[in-house]
Design a protein around this ligand. Structure first.
Ligand SMILES: *[C@@H]1O[C@H](CO)[C@@H](O)[C@H](O)[C@H]1NC(C)=O
Ligand SMILES: *[C@@H]1O[C@H](CO)[C@@H](O)[C@H](O)[C@H]1NC(C)=O
Ligand SMILES: *[C@@H]1O[C@H](CO)[C@@H](O)[C@H](O)[C@H]1NC(C)=O
Ligand SMILES: *[C@@H]1O[C@H](CO)[C@@H](O)[C@H](O)[C@H]1NC(C)=O
Ligand SMILES: *[C@@H]1O[C@H](CO)[C@@H](O)[C@H](O)[C@H]1NC(C)=O
Ligand SMILES: *[C@@H]1O[C@H](CO)[C@@H](O)[C@H](O)[C@H]1NC(C)=O
Length: 903
């Protein structure tokens, strides 16, 4: 009965492959390869419903999500008996009215932690006054020409954008303040509830309020209304609908995402944006297929490309890589907003004035008003507080002490004022920017902070003039914040190095194009401070969605593919930025990372020349296509002549010099490129006419072929009307089918209680707690460590007994004698990379392995492999190891303690 278990998942995989083939899709994939045991998304034929299904379906199950939508009728079910889940899924799949059955995946919310930045800057208020509010606080609009659309009065009026995310805090004053008809957030649904973690029961309701902050930030990027910081959305005239798929913490699942897409479609969304991404690399994975259907109905769907640029090539996430879905890459803002704490000062009887302040450590400021005290009024002193203070110094405990940054250490300065009773100390900088003060245990000091030189000098001058300066430094948990805009930082305008790279394993392009996503200031829940800075492709995606709304208002609604093409063909490709040397190099970043480049929304909205397709894939060596075509259509009223030119990027090595390991963040680049022959370097196209251009590629010479070089670049097109357009191309030298996914060296057993992940000696004994015991630090479990150098459509992981007298539960499967697979296996559409699985003795069928000696055998299907062919699988075996249990459930002592296998 357990014999058929592994078979079941394989069958599901096959079903999915069939579905993808039938619908002719080339894309889509699943990310984090975690599958929820016993959970399936079942799609019905039309005119069939869950009640009929319940009668026909024998297994006992709980309904998780019912999907009664025009484009998707079905149900997500959790089988009660996980033991036999796979068998039962096979039965269900064979019911005549069941169209598809998919496993349900776990999907994470990719948030990038923004490191603390201490930088030069000018205060928001003074700088905003000087240069006008849009150029600093809304720099992303300037980067993408959205400011020019606003200047024409185009704000996305009449367009409804659906946001699939953690909900929206619609009560936020900059987000309309209400929910429902007539509000900014007009509709929506909460599919999950606050307490949903991805693994427990969802508690849906009608209120898509955000308790996390992510969706609120996304919503502000699209359509924040005017507010005190001068920040507003890219399409402030558009309305929003909110589909909440994440709880306050944790992950979500693919069945809920598919329901949310369908709900958004049925509620009349004009555009659907989802700032979520599951690692993948595959564009043909199955769970996104229902999302592609929505695009086919004319509704553009956008998703973030992912934040895994440091994992190397072949890593664009899903659903971004799905057929028809637009994947958005990230660029760094040209002006970096940094968040600072806030304080107020009152000089004599004047009104309070706010200022930014950088709390140091200790930073226990308490928001109590105190007068300022300084040692003297010398604005160029280099020794302020470096020596013990004079005897006539007052008791400093009731003051905030102000010192100038000096030639001695902050600790010396702090010690000297602490000796006179000081508890709070501000040290103003002696150069532009904020100084960060870190003190290690100076007794009595409770709070230190840095401020700008400008403010410090203002205060000293006031004190010198005999004024009283009262300060009120807000505590760090006070949500009031200050923003500093830094227009002069190294990464300004670069392609974010962490933005995920393509191509897909099907050799489709990676992201379509990019938008600002690094260091973005937008709305956050009022309880988190109302405004905040976040970074990620999560922030780039909503800006691109807003661009779709602006184009829809300007040009009238267009086919999703047409909008994607005009945005791609007018995008501006960015030069490669070397993050180690902090310099731009003289070649363009590969389109597999930046797509066509940074979107230029005004140019896209006004483009009269249409280029299609905007990306050419010459594929790998096995599937190499020598010549590809694209079409130029002139929809202007006049004849236009176009000059065409090849602008290569450098070749990138997918693998390290050993020809096996996947290059990670430091992908090797080589100044060699393909030769690209364009059928004509100048074409003249009459009004309303089209012409086809042929592009022939000769792959580069002289590269190290075992490292699998990827070659790519741009074809630029200058029109006599002043237009400047481009399309991208990519190809791979080497065979994806031949690429080594896994070897014996890439799979081993480590010990969960060891400091390293090194392999344990052969036949190490792991003494496990009794079956069913929750995981605990107290025990030492086997860790199964495996590295996939390439993604794989199917990975199996068997526990194979190594005893002369194997347990009677052994079955013959996948060419070996096995007791079953690790929980969560087989995995489908896996990304490349390292995984570690803690093995508590349980198997995919819910049973526990008997005590004994085992090895783990992993099989990974080759890219383009056929699972029916033995030679299309790579196999890897771990070293032998043993398990025993502390006590046996059921009273059968297994005689642990000897090296001989039990049973
Ligand atoms: C101010 O400090 C500088 C540097 O320590 C010193 O050279 C100068 O004499 C001081 N000025 C006064 C008026 O004490
Ligand atoms: C490209 O276009 C030419 C005509 O210009 C046509 O003969 C050829 O078949 C096309 N190639 C492809 C791959 O579509
Ligand atoms: C297009 O124009 C830009 C500058 O205007 C120039 O650098 C580029 O070489 C031109 N491209 C072609 C194909 O003529
Ligand atoms: C793939 O490997 C086979 C066997 O080693 C070899 O004959 C073939 O040329 C390889 N294909 C490519 C494109 O490298
Ligand atoms: C395996 O052996 C156990 C006892 O050793 C027995 O209870 C069980 O029924 C056996 N299972 C099969 C499939 O033979
Ligand atoms: C996979 O292999 C099987 C068995 O050799 C064959 O029947 C089937 O057609 C192959 N499938 C594909 C897609 O090539």
């Amino acid at each position: 009965m357990h014999c058929s278990a592994p078979l079941l998942s394989l069958l599901v995989a096959t079903l999915c492959a069939v579905v993808a083939a039938e619908s002719g899709t080339e894309k889509l994939a699943i990310g984090s390869p975690k599958v929820i045991p016993g959970r399936f998304l079942v799609e019905f034929d039309d005119d069939y419903n869950n009640d009929q299904f319940r009668v026909q379906a024998e297994p006992e199950y709980e309904t998780r999500v019912e999907l009664r939508y025009t484009l998707f009728r079905g149900v997500s079910i959790q089988l009660n008996d996980v033991d036999t889940a796979e068998e039962k899924a096979v039965q269900l799949a064979s019911l005549p009215s069941v169209k598809n059955i998919w496993p349900v995946y776990v999907i994470e919310l990719p948030e990038l932690e923004l490191e603390e930045v201490v930088s030069a800057g000018v205060s928001a208020h003074s700088q905003l006054k000087r240069s006008g509010k849009t150029s600093l606080s809304n720099a992303p609009h300037v980067m993408t020409q959205i400011d020019k659309m606003h200047a024409e009065g185009i704000t996305g009026k009449g367009i409804k954008i659906a946001v699939i995310d953690s909900g929206i805090e619609y009560t936020h004053p900059a987000l309309g303040g209400c929910f429902g008809e007539g509000c900014l957030v007009t509709s929506g649904y909460d599919f999950v509830g606050d307490d949903f973690t991805g693994y427990n029961n969802a508690m849906p309701d009608n209120d898509p309020m955000d308790c996390r902050g992510h969706g609120t930030h996304v919503a502000g990027i699209i359509s924040a209304q005017e507010n005190e910081f001068g920040i507003f959305g890219a399409a402030p005239g558009a309305v929003l609908s909110a589909y909440r798929v994440f709880g306050c913490t944790g992950v979500t699942t693919s069945d809920i995402i598919i329901a949310a897409y369908n709900a958004a479609y049925e509620d009349g969304a004009d555009i659907i944006t989802a700032s979520l991404s599951a690692r993948s690399g595959w564009s043909s994975s199955h769970w996104n297929d229902p999302i592609s259907r929505i695009v086919e109905r004319g509704i553009p769907c956008l998703a973030s490309a992912g934040n895994t640029g440091d994992s190397g090539l072949f890593d664009v996430g899903n659903p971004g890589a799905a057929k028809g879905v637009t994947a958005v890459a990230s660029f760094e803002n040209t002006v970096r907003p940094t968040e600072q704490f806030k304080g107020y000062h009152i000089i004599d009887k004047a009104s309070p004035v706010s200022f930014p302040i950088h709390h140091g450590r200790p930073g226990d400021w308490d928001g109590v008003e105190r007068p300022l005290w300084a040692t003297g009024y010398n604005l160029s002193t280099t020794v302020d507080g470096c020596e013990p203070l004079s005897d006539d110094t007052p008791d400093l405990s009731q003051y905030v002490v102000l010192l100038r940054r000096a030639d001695c250490s902050y600790s010396d300065q702090a010690q000297n004022v602490a000796d006179k009773g000081a508890k709070f100390l501000i040290i103003y900088n002696n150069e532009p920017g904020f100084n960060f003060i870190f003190l290690d245990g100076i007794e009595g000091i409770q709070g230190v902070a840095g401020i700008s030189m400008e403010l410090g000098e203002t205060w000293i001058k006031a004190l010198e003039a005999g004024s009283t300066v009262m300060t009120d430094i807000l505590a760090s948990d006070n949500p009031e914040r200050y923003f500093i805009f830094d227009p002069d930082y190294d990464e300004a305008g670069t392609v974010s190095y962490w933005s995920s790279m393509g191509p897909s394993y099907e050799m489709n392009a990676g992201p379509n194009f990019g938008a600002p996503g690094g260091a973005i200031l937008s709305t956050v829940p009022v309880s988190q401070g109302s405004f905040g800075v976040k970074s990620g492709t999560s922030m780039a995606c909503p800006l691109a969605a807003a661009a779709y709304a602006l184009i829809a208002e300007a040009r009238g609604k267009l086919e999703p593919a047409v909008v994607a093409d005009v945005l791609a063909s007018t995008a501006k490709a960015q030069a490669y930025y070397n993050i180690m040397d902090q310099t731009f190099e003289d070649w363009l970043t590969s389109p597999v990372q930046q797509g066509a480049g940074l979107i230029q929304v005004y140019d896209a909205a006004h483009a009269t020349t249409l280029v299609t397709p905007t990306s050419l894939s010459f594929n790998d060596a096995d599937h190499f296509i020598e010549t590809l075509n694209f079409t130029l259509t002139n929809s202007a009223k006049n004849e236009i002549s176009y000059d065409l030119l090849h602008t290569p990027s450098r070749s990138l090595y997918v693998l390290e010099p050993d020809g096996i390991k996947h290059s990670t963040w430091d992908v090797g680049n080589v100044n060699v490129h393909a030769e690209i022959l364009i059928s004509s370097s100048r074409v003249v196209v009459g009004p309303g006419e089209s012409t086809t251009i042929e592009v022939t590629a000769i792959p580069p010479q002289g590269l190290d072929l075992k490292r699998m070089p990827l070659w790519s670049g741009y074809i630029s097109i200058n029109g006599s009307d002043g237009s400047s357009l481009s399309l991208t191309y990519q190809g791979l030298q080497g065979s994806l089918y031949n690429a080594t996914v896994i070897r014996d060296d890439d799979l081993w057993i480590a010990s969960s209680s060891a400091w390293t992940l090194d392999p344990v000696p052969d036949n190490t004994i792991f003494t496990l707690p009794p079956p069913g015991t929750p995981w605990s630090w107290e025990y030492n479990y086997p860790l199964v460590i495996m590295t996939l150098h390439w993604g794989s459509r199917i990975i199996t992981a068997d526990i194979v007994p190594l005893t002369t007298c194997p347990p009677n539960t052994t079955i013959q499967a996948r060419g070996m004698e096995t007791i079953g697979q690790l929980v969560g296996y087989p995995q489908l559409w896996s990304p490349h990379g390292e995984t570690s699985v803690t093995w508590e003795g349980s198997l995919a069928d819910g049973l526990y392995a008997p005590p004994g000696r085992y090895k783990v055998v992993v099989r990974a299907l080759r890219i383009h492999g056929n699972e029916s062919e033995d030679e299309d699988w790579f196999m890897a075996e771990s070293q032998p190891f043993q398990i025993k249990y502390l006590e046996t459930v059921g009273g059968d002592d297994d005689g642990t303690g000897d090296d001989a296998p039990s049973q």
